[in-house]
Design a protein around this ligand. Structure first.
Ligand SMILES: O=C(O)CCC(=O)C(=O)O
Ligand SMILES: [Fe+2]
Length: 837
C-alpha cells in the first residue's frame, strides 16, 4: 500500500533565517526531503525549461544520439542506466545532462533546430546555482555552523553543478516485469533540487535498512522544488541528516523532471579526498570510496583535479591540525590513533557541536564505538581464549575449516553498503589447551589430525641455543596472552619510533623501471619497428634513440651479452659489449645476482679503503650493518608479531593471517614450536575497496565503467613474462625462455613463425606446450595490434620493483618497509591519478 507523504515546507525567502534553518534541520533529520518555496526562480522560466526539455526529447532518436553523452554531458538514451545495480532491467527514462557553462564541454542542440534552447538552460543553470548557494548557507545554519562554513571549505570555489533534464516515456511494461522510471537509489553529493511537471511517480523510503521497505509517494507541490539530502551530507553529519532512498515508478503517462545538483563535483571531490585519506575511510561510507561512482559522475578530470587541489590545500591540513597531526606524517602509522569512523565523525561533530553519535539513524548505536568492525571485535571477546600467538584476535566458528569469502554478501549497491563485514573472522580456532600442539593456522590445523593419529609422536630433541633461528616460542609468548583481545591499547612492547628513511624514501620512479630488464620492452614509446631480429651492425641507423636502445636490448638478449652505452650523441651511439657472467650462466639467476652485488661491495671497499676484503668478510659486514639497522634476525620474528598487533590496534579491522609450518631440529619435529611460513595482511581501507569490486564483480565493474574498457578497446591477454617463466619452470631451458620472450614481442607473423620453428627444433615438447596457448593471447604478431608498448604487467608486478629493497631484510624490517613504502606510494600515485589528464 502506498501512503502519501506530508513533507515539510521550507520558505527560502523568510526573513527569519534561524527558524528556516530549524525547519530544514527537522526535515533533514526526519525525511531527508522537503519542499522549497519562494525560491526566486520564475514560474515562467521553469515552464520554458520544461517546454524546451520536451522539444529535445521529441527529436528523432538519431538527432538525440548526435549529442550522446561525452564527458558526462549530453544525451543518455532510454534503458541505458540502472540507478539500482540490482534492478533486473534498466531504468525506463532518457536524460540530458548539462554541466558548468564555462568549460566548453557541454553539448548543445543547434540553435536552428531548437531556438533559445541553450539560453533557456543557461539562465536556469545560473538561477539554480544561486538558489543552491542560499540553501547551503541555511543548511550550515541548521547544523549550527557558520553560514559561510561550506563556502570556507571551498564548496563554492569551483561550483560544478549538474542539471539533468529527465524524461519518462510512461509506457508500462507489458511483460509484467518490475521496471522503474528510476530504480531505487540515494543521491550522491550534498543536495539535489528537483522540479517535476506534476505527474506523480516519485517515492521515498526513509528506512533503507528496514524490511520490508516502506515506500511513500511524494506528491508534487506546484512551483516548489523538492529538495533532498545526498550521501555526502549524510556522511558529513554522521547520519544526522538522512540521504533517503527514492525511486520513480513508471506512472503510465509521460513525465518530465529537472534535477539539479548544485554542488555535484565539489562535494564529491571533497568526500573523495576525505575518503581516500587513510584517516577517514570507514566501511559505512565505502560507497563514497568508489572509483566507479567517481568516474561515472565526475564531469571532467580537469575540474576535479582543481577542486581536489583546493580541498587538499584547505581541508586536509585543517583536519590534521585539528587532530594535532603534522601533515607530513599524515600517512604514518604512529599518527593513526583512532578508529577511522570515529575520527571522521569527531572532526565534524567537533565542529557541529552536540549532534554526535546516537542519531535515530545510527545503525551502530549499540556498538561501543563508531568503528564498524567493533561489533565483531567485541562479540569475539571472551569466546575464544586462544593462547595461540598467531591468532591476532580472530574469531572463528569452530566448525569452520576453511575461509570463504562470501563476496555476494558485500554487494555494492548503495543499499547494501552498510553491511557488516563478518567474513574476516572466519578461521580455525585453537583450544586454549593447545600447549604441545603447534600453532594454528587453518592449513596447519587440518594437518594436525594426521599428527595426532600418528602412533609415535616425534620426540622433542634437546634444544640448542643456535637452533632457534626463525622459530617462535609459544605459548608463553609475551606479546599475546589469552583474552588479550582489547584493541584499545597500544601494545607497550612495540616502540613507536620514526621509521628509518629507507623504509619510506623509495624511488617511486622505480615502478617504471623494468622488473625484467632482459626483456626487449617496447617501452612507453608505443612504436614498432622490425628491429626484433636482434642484429646490430656498424653504421646501422635508427629513427630515434629509443629505437636504438631497443635494438641494443634485443641484441643483448639474443646474444647473451650485456652491453652498455659508452658515449652517445644525437647522431652516434658507441657501445661496449661485454659478455656477462649472468648471461653465460643461465641458471640460478638470483644467486648470480647476489654474487655480482657481493663482488661490487668487495670492489667498493677495495677502492675506497685500499683494503682487499674477502668475500666472506664483505658478506658478514653487510649482515652486521643490517643487524645494526634493524636488529637481530632471530628477534625480528618475534618483533614482527608485535608490529602486526600494533598495526591492528591502530587501524582496527586490519586482517593478519599467519601461517606456520613444522619446526624441525635436524629431522625431528619440535613439539612446542612452529616455524613462520608466511603472513597475509590487509587493511580495512583495502578491504573496503576489494569488498566493493568483488561485491560488484570485477567484470561487472569494468563493464559499467565505460565501453572503452571492453573489447574491442581492451583485450584480455596473458602476461608474457609469466608464459616465459612457466615455460622455463617446466623445461628448465633459459635460452628457450628467452626465445619465447622475443617471440611474444615479435611483430611480424612471418618472423614469429620462423622463431616458432626454431623452438620446435630445439624442443618438440616445449613447442607443443607453447602451441596450446592461443597466439592472440600472448603475441604481438597476432594480437591484431590492439596492444602497443609494454606487454602488460599486473599491478602487483609493478610494485615488485618498489619493494625489492626489502627483500634481504630481517622479517620485521621487511614488513615495516612494505608498510611505509606502500603508504607513501599509494598517497603519491593516488594524487597523480587524480591530477592525470
Ligand atoms: O525524476 C525524478 O522525480 C527523480 C529523479 C532522481 O531521483 C534522480 O535522477 O536521481
Ligand atoms: Fe535521485
Amino acid at each position: 500500500m502506498r501512503d502519501a507523504l506530508q513533507l515539510p515546507v521550507v520558505d527560502l525567502s523568510s526573513p527569519d533565517r534561524f527558524s528556516t534553518a530549524d525547519s530544514i534541520r527537522q526535515a533533514c533529520i526526519e525525511h531527508g526531503f522537503f519542499y522549497l518555496v519562494n525560491h526566486g526562480v520564475d514560474e515562467e522560466l521553469v515552464k520554458k525549461v520544461f517546454e524546451q526539455s520536451s522539444n529535445f526529447f521529441s527529436l528523432p532518436v538519431e538527432d538525440k544520439m548526435k549529442l550522446v553523452q561525452r564527458n558526462y554531458r549530453g544525451y543518455v538514451g532510454l534503458n541505458t542506466l540502472k540507478l539500482d545495480p540490482s534492478s533486473a532491467k534498466a531504468d525506463s527514462r532518457e536524460g540530458f545532462y548539462i554541466g558548468p557553462l564555462a568549460d566548453d564541454l557541454n553539448q548543445w542542440p543547434l540553435e536552428e533546430d531548437l531556438p533559445s534552447w541553450r539560453s533557456t538552460m543557461e539562465t536556469y543553470f545560473h538561477k539554480l546555482l544561486s538558489v543552491g548557494t542560499k540553501l547551503l548557507s541555511l543548511i550550515a545554519l541548521s547544523l549550527e555552523l557558520d553560514e559561510d562554513f561550506f563556502e570556507k571549505l571551498g564548496a563554492l570555489n569551483d561550483p560544478l553543478a549538474i542539471i539533468g533534464l529527465l524524461y519518462y516515456p510512461g509506457d508500462l511494461d507489458s511483460s509484467g516485469e518490475e521496471i522503474y522510471g528510476a530504480s531505487a537509489h540515494s543521491d550522491y553529493g550534498m543536495i539535489t533540487l528537483l522540479m517535476t511537471d506534476g505527474v506523480p511517480g516519485l517515492q521515498i523510503c526513509r528506512e533503507k535498512t528496514q524490511k520490508p521497505q516502506v515506500w511513500e509517494d511524494v506528491p508534487s507541490m506546484s512551483g516548489a522544488f523538492i529538495v533532498n539530502i545526498g550521501d555526502v551530507m549524510e556522511r558529513w553529519t554522521n547520519c544526522l541528516f538522512r540521504s533517503a532512498m527514492h525511486r520513480v515508478l513508471p506512472p503510465g503517462q509521460e513525465r518530465y523532471s529537472v534535477m539539479t545538483h548544485p554542488f555535484m563535483l565539489t562535494s564529491i571531490v571533497i568526500a573523495y579526498a576525505l575518503s581516500t585519506s587513510v584517516i577517514f575511510i570507514s566501511s559505512r561510507y565505502s560507497s563514497l570510496f568508489d572509483f566507479r561512482w567517481l568516474s561515472l559522475r565526475t564531469p571532467t578530470k580537469t575540474a576535479s583535479s582543481n577542486v581536489l587541489k583546493a580541498v587538499a590545500v584547505s581541508l586536509v591540513p585543517q583536519v590534521c591540525a585539528a587532530r594535532g597531526q603534522s601533515l607530513s606524517s599524515h600517512y604514518g602509522l604512529a599518527e593513526q590513533v583512532d578508529s577511522p569512523t570515529t575520527v571522521m565523525c569527531n572532526d565534524f561533530n567537533a565542529i557541529m557541536g552536540r549532534h554526535s553519535s546516537a542519531t535515530p539513524y545510527d545503525m551502530y548505536r549499540g556498538g561501543s564505538t563508531n568503528n564498524p568492525y567493533s561489533n565483531i571485535a567485541s562479540s569475539s571477546r571472551g569466546r575464544h581464549s586462544s593462547a595461540n600467538p598467531f591468532d591476532l584476535n580472530k574469531e572463528m566458528p569452530s566448525t569452520q575449516q576453511s575461509v570463504n569469502y562470501p563476496f555476494d554478501m558485500l554487494a555494492s549497491s548503495s543499499r547494501a553498503r552498510h553491511s557488516t563485514v563478518s567474513f574476516f573472522d572466519l578461521n580455525v580456532d585453537m583450544p586454549s589447551s593447545s600447549r604441545g600442539r603447534r600453532a594454528s593456522s587453518r592449513f596447519f590445523d587440518l594437518n594436525m589430525e594426521n599428527m595426532e593419529e600418528s602412533s609415535s609422536p616425534p620426540e622433542e630433541p634437546h634444544r640448542e641455543p643456535g637452533a632457534e633461528t626463525g622459530l617462535f616460542i609459544h605459548p608463553e609468548s609475551p606479546q599475546f596472552n589469552s583474552d588479550d583481545d582489547d584493541v584499545d591499547e597500544v601494545p607497550g612492547n612495540v616502540a613507536q619510533t620514526d621509521p628509518p628513511a629507507h623504509m619510506y624514501g623509495a624511488d617511486y620512479g622505480a615502478i617504471y623501471e623494468l622488473e625484467f630488464a632482459d626483456m626487449p620492452h617496447l617501452g612507453d614509446y608505443g612504436y614498432y619497428s622490425s628491429i626484433n631480429n636482434g642484429e646490430l651492425s656498424l653504421g646501422m641507423e635508427f629513427s630515434s634513440k629509443e629505437e636504438a636502445m631497443m635494438a641494443i636490448k634485443n641484441y643483448n638478449i639474443r646474444n647473451f651479452v650485456k652491453s652498455r652505452v659508452d658515449r652517445s650523441t644525437n647522431k652516434k651511439i658507441c657501445m661496449l659489449l661485454c659478455p656477462t657472467r649472468k648471461r653465460m650462466q643461465l641458471d640460478g639467476s638470483r644467486i648470480e645476482e647476489e654474487e655480482e652485488k657481493q663482488q661490487m661491495r668487495t670492489n667498493t671497499i677495495q677502492s675506497q679503503y685500499e683494503y682487499i676484503v674477502s668475500y666472506k668478510k664483505a658478506w658478514l659486514a653487510k649482515q652486521n650493518a643490517i643487524v645494526k639497522l634493524h636488529g637481530e634476525w632471530d628477534a625480528s620474528y618475534n618483533e614482527f608479531l608485535g608490529w602486526f598487533r600494533l598495526v591492528r590496534t591502530l587501524n582496527p579491522g586490519t586482517i593478519v593471517d599467519f601461517e606456520t609450518s613444522y619446526a624441525y631440529h635436524n629431522d625431528r619435529v619440535l613439539r612446542d614450536r612452529c616455524q613462520f611460513y608466511r603472513v597475509f595482511w590487509t587493511y580495512p581501507q583495502c578491504v573496503n575497496v576489494v569488498k566493493y569490486y568483488y561485491g560488484a564483480g570485477i567484470k561487472e565493474t569494468m563493464e559499467s565503467l565505460s565501453v572503452m574498457w571492453q573489447p574491442p578497446f581492451v583485450q584480455h591477454m596473458y602476461y608474457l613474462q609469466h608464459i616465459a617463466t612457466n615455460y622455463n619452470g617446466r623445461y628448465k631451458k633459459n635460452d628457450e625462455r628467452q626465445l619465447i620472450v622475443c617471440m611474444g614481442y615479435e611483430l611480424l607473423p612471418r618472423t614469429f613463425e620462423s622463431m616458432l620453428q626454431d623452438l620446435r627444433a630445439k624442443n618438440k615438447e616445449g613447442y607443443d606446450y607453447i602451441s596450446l596457448i592461443k597466439n592472440e593471447m600472448w603475441t604481438n604478431a597476432y594480437n591484431g595490434r590492439y596492444r602497443y608498448g609494454h606487454m602488460t604487467a599486473n599491478l602487483a608486478e609493478a610494485i615488485n620493483s618498489t619493494l625489492k629493497v626489502a627483500r634481504h631484510l630481517p622479517v620485521a624490517a621487511l614488513v615495516k618497509t612494505i608498510y611505509f613504502r606502500l603508504g607513501v606510494f599509494f598517497a603519491k600515485l593516488g594524487g597523480q591519478a587524480q591530477t592525470w589528464r
